[in-house]
Design a protein around this ligand. Sequence first.
Ligand SMILES: *Cc1c(COP(=O)(O)O)cnc(C)c1O
Length: 452
Amino acid sequence: MKTTKILLPEDKIPRQWYNIIPDLAGAMAPVIHPGTNQPVTPDDLLPLFPMPLIEQEVSTQRWIDIPDEVREILALWRPSPVFRAHRLEKVLGTPAKIYYKYEGVSPAGSHKPNTAIPQAYYNKVFGTKRIASETGAGQWGSSIALACQMFGLECTVYMVKVSFTQKPYRKSMMQLWGAEVIPSPSNLTNAGRGILEKDPESNGSLGIAISEAVEDAVTHEDTRYSLGSVLNHVCMHQTVIGLEAKEQMALVGDYPDVVIGCHGGGSNFAGLAFPFVADKANGKDIRILAMEPISCPTLTKGVYNFDYGDTAKMAPISKMYTLGHDFMPPGIHAGGLRYHGAAPLVSQLVHEGVVEAEAVGQVECFEAAVQFSRSEGIIPAPESSHAIRGAINEAMRAKEEGKEKTILFNLSGHGHVDMAAYDAYFAGKLENYEYPSETISESLKNLPDVKL
Ligand SMILES: *Cc1c(COP(=O)(O)O)cnc(C)c1O
């Protein structure tokens, strides 16, 4: 029988994370304090993050040890499987070999616990009692709630109000794992009260929820903030995905010609791709492709510039691809791909031409997700469907060209809690929405003026 699942034993859970910073071609731009317009110091960040994570954020050490306490919890689902998509290949009639790394096996159903667990661990070691964070549809909130539960930390999650009322199941997951979930805007913070005074019926936004969580953290000595994507240490924690995948491909004597991930803030993409970027830097002939939605085309239509991390201009300013911090993404179903910016590390690699980016419409992505489910069985998260679209496009190109090609993509999560999106697709209610270039230009007028 041919191999379908490529599995590693538990002792193959990586013992170190891969930090790509020392292997970048150019130096990284500094991160800027939104108040002073000067580069941030570790002390500036201390009200937000515990020192071990601040150290990781700026570390130039290539390999960083994963603590045993973290590996023991990762062992609840790691190493995650790599699948060979035999049945999808057959349906497509492609000569290409398609492999996917499946991160939906984590308790929260996505890759996000890979960073939530170490973040909670370093907070615990540092003496933090409570973590405050925000969530849109709840993927990150459920992951950080799980992680806090595992390490005996309290957890407060500000959840965008419209999701709190309309998408209740991830709220239930957070509560099951012991978190306090607060609809945002709330009357618990100045940021929330300010919004409610102007609009008592406000539906909230991710930007407002970030402002509430940050305010909560900086106004409580025993509380720290936590972010599920974008930051350097988050991308690094996710490299367990790519490090395992490389071993799994080697087990079947294969190596990808193209590596594909969907891109929201950049963490699952970075996690799979960065260990392969290292090979590319050492001369391997490999393409690395980030897939994003045409409704939030950060990498393909944004500019590479300094911008605020959040709408309220409270978060640090980073150099990244951005659509402008006041960009208002339309309500597409891949909620996890609606961030105005991108990880500075991924941005730099796109800017240097090491990583390619492509934008796709949500209708084509759901088509790909349905084709995938009907051949491989797994129901993908709407976010992950962007990577599937990319992989199917590559496989069909290989068919046209009559070429053998090896494709590896990241299936970042399952879609069990996103079935309303599939219902909308089958009811013909989904449309492709291409964000207008003029509106992007408008947002880009408000970028901060950073002079170094
Ligand atoms: C949050 C999420 C994403 C997008 O976030 P990244 O940081 O870009 O990885 C992608 N897929 C799933 C399943 C998610 O939950």
